[in-house]
Design a binder for this molecule. Structure first.
Ligand SMILES: [Zn+2]
Length: 502
């Protein structure tokens, strides 16, 4: 029976979040724990296992999993420990013969002292397992695909949806690539074209936007057998690394010319639309003035403080503005603030207190707000995400009330990409007037009942106002950071390298 090793390692960071993340922020799963955690979830690991787990000639070996909420760059020490553990677990599993390895990665990790963590991991996996062992990976379309990653893996499956709802099927597509290599002796040949553009905004929503039409073409390339895999990655604009940008990727069965031609088709289609892929942002005072005139709930999209993109989650900008404006409606607002959550827990349900809210992590952007609140409810912060059905660990959590405004104060940064943070804490978004959604895409996917969605122009480590962030590392010129950016599509080819394919 051929043993396939399974590894999960995912985090997305914002270089502009001032607080580094640590090893302790990761949920680490070893051996059987990895499969147990993913069994009922909507994840790439689950999809890969569903597709290949039942086949009698393969044995899937759970090796190591480490995932964390998006955050600031991982500390040097944190990355050393994480990568050391991951590679040691692979060494242990590789004591018996290994036929292949699948790694579920994100692509937008970043560590202090290592701007290409996924490339580092893949290079070290390759040097351990050798050229004989196929390495297949999956990536988020927000991933940064680097030369080092491409040089050290055999095939890649990339998400095709934004907001993401194809985790399981991406894992299944990765399994199909693995089967093509192991069973049909496919020779995966990769072509990628770097596109000097950072995209944001509603046109990226794949169901309705221009980007979705380009992804439809990539999907057709896979479906019709033109390509083993095809994608356009848009990168995470907040991960300031040398290969940040957008890129097309096409993998064919040993046909470099075709891979290059199809990658060029996708890259040119993307470039033709890149100037429309910018976010239109509403000033906060305008949004508040308009929201009070609406009959029914509206969403305030605070993509600038989206923990899922790597922001700190401690923005109080909307809360401060509503209080200053004397807003009397029902608003629900999540804020990451461990000291405030602790004070509420110490005071107990029903207590009234004056405390400082927000800016606990990034006080420069978010000056703390002194505010009178009542402690309405207290929680341990353990609940389940709606989008992935994976557990969230928000730490001690409090629902605080200031007039009709409810603030959900969590101790740790958690994904806020769905309704779970509200529903798990006794707040029904459909009963609110203003729902603050700290995610660029969640309003459309999970709050479609809202009368209106305002995408706000406010500060944050993941602001769609990209020029406001201050990139210093990525390649320049880069749209929209610079004017008059030239583009001449140039494909880099990565031929099949494993002996299996030779
Ligand atoms: Zn993503």
């Amino acid at each position: 029976m051929r043993r396939i090793l399974i590894v999960d390692c995912e985090q997305e960071i914002s270089s502009f979040n001032p607080s580094p993340s640590e090893y302790e922020d990761f949920t680490v799963l070893r051996d059987a724990e990895l499969f147990e955690a993913h069994a009922g979830a909507d994840t790439c690991i689950r999809g890969f296992c569903d597709a290949l787990g039942g086949k009698s000639d393969f044995r899937l070996i759970p090796v190591y999993g480490a995932t964390a909420c998006s955050a600031g760059p991982l500390s040097r020490k944190g990355f050393e420990k994480l990568s050391g553990e991951l590679l040691a677990a692979i060494d242990k599993a590789a004591a018996s013969e290994v036929a292949a390895i699948y790694l579920s990665l994100h692509g937008a990790m970043g560590a202090i002292g290592e701007l290409d963590p996924e490339g580092y991991l893949l290079e070290n996996v390759r040097s351990r397992l050798g050229l004989d062992v196929p390495i297949v990976i999956s990536l988020d379309l927000h991933g940064l695909l680097t030369d080092r990653m491409l040089s050290n893996c055999d095939a890649i499956a990339v998400y095709h949806t934004y907001p993401h709802n194809d985790f399981t099927s991406t894992g299944q597509r990765a399994a199909k690539l693995m089967e093509a290599i192991l069973e049909r002796r496919a020779h995966p040949t990769m072509a990628r074209i770097f596109i000097p553009a950072l995209a944001r905004g509603p046109e990226l929503i794949t169901e309705t936007g221009l980007y979705g039409r380009i992804i439809d073409r990539a999907k057709a390339m896979e479906r019709d057998g033109e390509a083993l895999s095809a994608a356009v990655l848009i990168g995470n604009p907040f991960t300031d690394a040398p290969e940040l940008g957008s890129q097309s990727l096409v993998i064919t069965d040993n046909d470099a010319e075709k891979a290059q031609r199809l990658a060029r088709e996708l890259a040119e289609a993307f470039w033709a639309d890149h100037k429309t892929m910018v976010a239109e942002l509403t000033p906060l005072p305008d949004a508040i003035a308009d929201a009070v005139r609406q009959d029914g709930p509206v969403t305030f999209t605070d993509a600038a403080d989206a923990p899922s993109s790597g922001a700190s989650g401690d923005s109080n900008v909307i809360l401060s503005a509503l209080v200053a404006a004397g807003y009397h409606g029902r608003a629900i607002i999540p804020v990451v603030d461990a000291p405030a959550a602790q004070r509420a827990h110490d005071a107990g349900v029903g207590a009234r207190l004056r405390l400082s809210l927000g800016g606990a992590i990034d006080p420069k952007r978010f000056p703390p707000l002194e505010i009178e609140v009542e402690v309405e409810r207290l929680y341990d912060g353990d609940y389940v995400h709606e989008f992935s059905r994976m557990p969230a660990h928000a730490g001690p959590t409090a629902v605080l009330r200031h007039e009709n405004i409810r603030i959900i104060v969590v101790s740790k940064s958690v994904f806020m990409m769905d309704r779970a943070i509200f529903l798990a804490h006794g707040l029904d978004p459909e009963g609110a007037d203003i729902i603050v959604v700290k995610s660029p895409g969640a309003a459309i996917r999970y709050f479609s009942f809202a009368r209106k969605n305002y995408v706000l122009d406010i500060p944050g480590a993941t602001s769609a106002n990209l020029k406001s962030l201050g990139h210093t590392v990525c390649t320049r010129p880069m749209f929209p950071l610079d004017d008059d950016v030239p583009f001449s599509p140039t494909a880099q080819i990565y031929p099949a390298r494993t002996k299996t394919a030779a």
